[in-house]
Design a protein around this ligand. Structure first.
Ligand SMILES: [Zn+2]
Length: 327
């Protein structure tokens, strides 16, 4: 079986080569949007398969594969961010993996396996384990029960406890080559793959996500506003943009500021190729120090995305600061 995405082929083959003696704790590390989760699932499926192919990959036909594909394999446990419903009825992902989830996983690995094979625990994203959850998990990582494999997936492995990192065999999944990623996006029917890929910092799955829903149109609207700071009215734009999804806003504004900063310091546009001309012009009058301050605000906002207080007010304050960059 080939890898879930063409750029994962090398790392997939490296994993398969270990299938007779898999690492008991594996850490798949690399930037977001490159398919680490898909790779981890393929690996779990291969480990649980009862009639693996000669290369070590899953057969896709045995009862274990069938259960895995229907999400019901009794020897597989996925620990990830849970959905929570607020008082207002909105469903959001939790911001951390909680200790009770980790304890469930610990209990799970103490049981005997159902299929007398191995047992796989997938922790994804592992960097979202809160401290108590990480400590609970650490205990079993230190002495994993027989036939148990832990697979941890992380965009930000530095955020893992050093003691957890040191228990894991690390496998890095890098960004695909630009041409390969662009070709794959084009195959998926994505228009203007190079622009989108630049926007997504070279990560093809993020680039693909941009095409879903209204994110692209929202981005264009926001950037057309930001590209003309002299004509920008914080009050009306704050009102208008409050409906833009916080994640989209954060992504767009952060990359815009990043590009502006690069250009003002004599560098090149990295993300917003389609606005390169406007950025070059703005970069001549932008104050790098103020941009840097704004980038910090934006980075902080990324951490509190789930709790915007008064959205339009928050945007207005940001836009006022933004205008001052070009004073
Ligand atoms: Zn199978």
């Amino acid at each position: 079986m080939s890898a879930a995405y063409p750029w994962l082929e090398t790392v997939w083959q490296r994993l398969l080569a270990t299938s007779t003696r898999p690492a008991q704790a594996l850490l798949l590390a690399g930037p977001r949007g490159v398919g680490k989760s898909a790779l981890a699932l393929d690996w779990a499926r291969a480990l649980l398969c009862e009639a693996p192919k000669p290369d070590g990959s899953a057969c896709g036909a045995c009862p274990a594969c069938h259960w895995f594909d229907t999400g019901a394999h009794p020897d597989f446990r996925r620990v990830s961010l849970q959905e929570k419903t607020s008082k207002e009825g909105e469903t959001r992902l939790a911001t951390a993996i909680e200790v009770d989830q980790a304890r469930d996983a610990v209990d799970f690995v103490q049981l005997s396996t159902y299929r007398a094979g191995c047992r796989v625990v997938l922790v994804d994203p592992a960097d979202s384990l809160n401290l108590a959850a990480a400590n609970a998990l650490l205990k079993v990582l230190e002495e994993p029960p027989l036939n148990t494999v832990f697979v941890l997936v992380s965009d930000q492995p530095r955020r893992l406890l050093p003691t957890i990192r040191s228990r894991c065999t690390r496998l890095d999944v890098g960004l695909p080559a630009w041409g390969q990623a662009a070709a794959w996006l084009a195959e998926q029917g994505v228009d203007d793959a190079p622009t989108l890929l630049a926007l997504a910092g070279g990560t093809p799955l993020d680039a693909q996500r941009w095409c879903e829903g209204e994110a692209l149109d929202e981005r264009r609207g926001v950037l057309e506003g930001l590209a003309r700071p002299e004509a920008l009215d914080p009050v009306s734009l704050g009102e208008r943009w409050k409906t833009v999804a916080p994640q989209t806003w954060h992504n767009v504004a952060y990359k815009w500021i990043g590009d502006l900063l690069a250009v003002s310091l004599g560098g090149r546009v990295q993300f917003n190729q389609d606005f390169a001309e406007a950025l070059a012009k703005l970069g001549r009058t932008a104050d790098p120090g103020k941009l840097l301050a704004l980038a910090r605000v934006q980075a902080d906002e990324g951490r509190i995305l789930a709790h915007p207080l008064n959205r339009s007010l928050q945007l207005q304050a940001w836009l006022v600061e933004y205008r001052h960059v070009f004073d």
